[in-house]
Design a protein around this ligand. Structure first.
Ligand code: SF4
Length: 269
């Protein structure tokens, strides 16, 4: 497999060597080579070589738009919520990448909170005409995956298990849909450990041969600031805790401690 992602033009070419199964990633001048055990063939070309020509054809009312759409690479975007996804979606579309949004977050509790976050994301994607796939919320299965880790702090082992489960599902969905690359909005939040997200993505990629984890820091290149801007522009519902009941409890404890401290200060003055 040859994969090239050229930063200036976002050219992406993926070819699996039919006999050797050699898998080569060329990304931002960084060169990695790995040998995979599968022989899938996948060719994705979304290139600046072709896109200007096709756009010109499209502008003249000829058939370029159809060809262009056929050539634009689809990427499965595992999405945790609208605020974390909006800037990524915008960036992808500006770079001729069509995101297919996958909402798979069985960690979110309670159910009302889950419904609220999902509704916000679906509303936003519908406005943009983006496909959203609704993953199941099997919270019991998620609780089983993090059993024994309930008291871990955020960014601890519970979060790693949580990321592993969600990104494994994202890889499986990408493979099912024949989408070569997947990535996640989890890599856009400054509250999350990028190392943990990256580890989960790589594990998911290994467990699901034929798909690649696009290990990108979605905070860079101004996306952190753009996230905040889009949050205001679209008036997104912005959650106060990461997702699970354990993070909600930690948030309530912090809130209570702040209130206690404020009361103590008021009484002393
Ligand atoms: S704090 Fe967030 S990332 Fe960590 S386990 Fe809970 S929902 Fe998952």
């Amino acid at each position: 497999m040859f994969t090239g992602v050229f930063p200036a033009v976002e050219l992406s070419v993926q070819v699996v060597h039919p006999t050797l199964g050699a898998h080569i990633i060329l990304k931002r001048k960084k060169f990695e080579a790995r040998i995979l055990t599968h022989f899938a063939v996948n060719v994705n070309i979304a290139s600046a070589i072709f896109s200007p020509v096709l756009r010109r054809l499209d502008n003249r009312g000829r058939s370029g738009g159809g060809i262009m759409r056929a050539m634009i690479e689809k990427v499965l975007l595992h999405s945790c919520c609208a605020p974390c996804s909006a800037a990524i979606i915008e960036w992808m579309r500006a770079h001729d990448i069509e995101p297919v949004v996958y909402f798979f977050n069985p960690n979110i509790a309670p159910q009302e909170e889950y419904d609220k976050r999902k509704a916000e994301l679906v509303r936003y994607c519908r406005e943009l005409g983006i496909t959203v796939i609704d993953g199941d919320r099997d919270h019991e299965a998620w609780l089983a995956a993090v059993r024994g880790l309930e008291n871990e702090p955020e960014r601890g082992r519970r979060c790693q298990a949580c990321f592993n489960l969600r990104l494994s599902a994202a890889a499986a969905k990408a493979r099912e849909l024949g989408i070569a690359r997947f990535t996640t909005s989890l890599a856009s939040s400054r509250w999350k450990s990028l190392e943990q997200v990256s580890r989960a993505g790589c594990l998911a990629q290994e467990a699901h041969p034929g798909v690649l984890f696009w290990d990108r820091n979605w905070r860079k290149e101004g996306l952190q600031d753009r996230r905040a801007e889009l949050l205001k522009i679209h008036n997104f519902y912005n959650q106060l805790w990461c997702g699970c009941e354990f993070s909600q409890r930690a948030m309530l404890r912090r809130q209570w401690a702040r209130e206690q401290a404020a009361e103590t200060c008021a009484a002393a003055s």
